[in-house]
Ligand binder design. Sequence first.
Ligand code: FE2
Length: 487
Amino acid sequence: MFRRQFLASLATPLLGAPRFTTDPFTQGIASGDPLPDGIVLWTRLSSPQLNESLEVEWILAEDEGFKKIVKRGKEVATPQFAHTVHADVRGLKPARWYWYQFRCGGVESRIGRTRTAPAPNSQDPLRFAFASCQNYEQGYFTAYEHMAKEDLHLIVHLGDYIYEGGPSANRPRKHDSPEIQTLNDYRNRYALYRGDKDLRRIHELFPFVLTWDDHEVDNNYANDKEERGAPRDQFLERRANAYQAYYEHMPLRKSSLPRGTSLDLYRRLDYGKLARFHVLDTRQYRSDQPCGDGRKPQCEAALSAEQTMLGDAQEKWLMSGMKAAPQTWNILANQVMFAKIDARPGEGAEYSMDQWSGYEVPRQKLIQFFDQAKPNNPVIITGDIHSNWVSDIRTNSNANVGVEFVGTSISSGGDGIDLPFAEANFKKENPHLHYFLAKRGYVSCSVNIKEFKSEYRIVPTVTSPGSPIETRARFVVQAGTNRVEKA
Ligand SMILES: [Fe+2]
């Protein structure tokens, strides 16, 4: 690869001309946010003696053997951004695989594979998987070992990529520092997670589209409000640390460079005329969880018109982007459950105040928008709650206007448990609900212009490595129906 192609450039000393005594690429490589003509390539250099800016070279080829190199370039990895590299490669062909590699100080990274999005007019089918919630302490990332064998174009990660807490006892693995607060703490936490072989491998094999939930910063934070009520300035400083480390470690475009204590993360990605991904940020702009958070009846505050989940700007952006979408499917990459689930069996009702049910006015506004503006086939994909849920989204007068597939965690919550009676209870309280299962895994989706299929892939155990995988349920949405059926 590089050795052959870059013999000439070896004669020119690189900035800083490093001599690495250890492999600088131990945190892996990644790619993300595919466009029809572009992709982001990512890596981070790490080495004990690293404190200057270094030039990192990258090459991208049409074949695994790097016989046909089509792009190459250089990026400067600076200590200000933890020696991370975000190369925004353009001028590529649509819907095809590419292979890439980095080099610095004479050392080559492993080879990564990635894929561009289809051309704007394409109606080609799409296969993708979505995942969330990978608590390192609570289990192995075996689900990724199985995902790596799937025939996919893309992986969507819906948040809780890291967890912020300190170490806990009696877990299969351990966080290596107390609760993270500083920029350096957050960076080290990403390094710990990327030490996982299955996580590194899945990034090498597929492009990712990522968004965050709460644990990339702090459990159940809302905009500038910390979970336990830390002073605003203090929390915003912590949030800025967390946001910067997130940008540094994810294959994001420079449009997501942190600005002060903010970071623009919500964005759209189109897969031809087939699907439009609206990648949401339901943490940075939301109002505080009403009624003191937790699970309870919807109090007055949960029904208040003051409540916001997306903030005005993102809400308008979402609606106009959905309405204008020529694609068959509008896929909302969402964090917290959108369907309203009464979790109290029998009389009375209790809802999660951290989910959209704590934000009933904006939730109803979006449902009304689905009903009246009739954007093409809304499909909400969701993470956060470490369990699988499948729901129809209905108006108050029971018109079907969309569907929601909630995927479980990769590892958070440990092995999980089969509770058929719980599923029966939930269904009794919630007639729009089709499925519930509190086990670990991910969801594999297969989409064409006629149907959206989802398969719930489950690993029976995550507290020990090497679990097999099984498909526990299959669903299908026929275009034009906004209704989930068993497949
Ligand atoms: Fe989580």
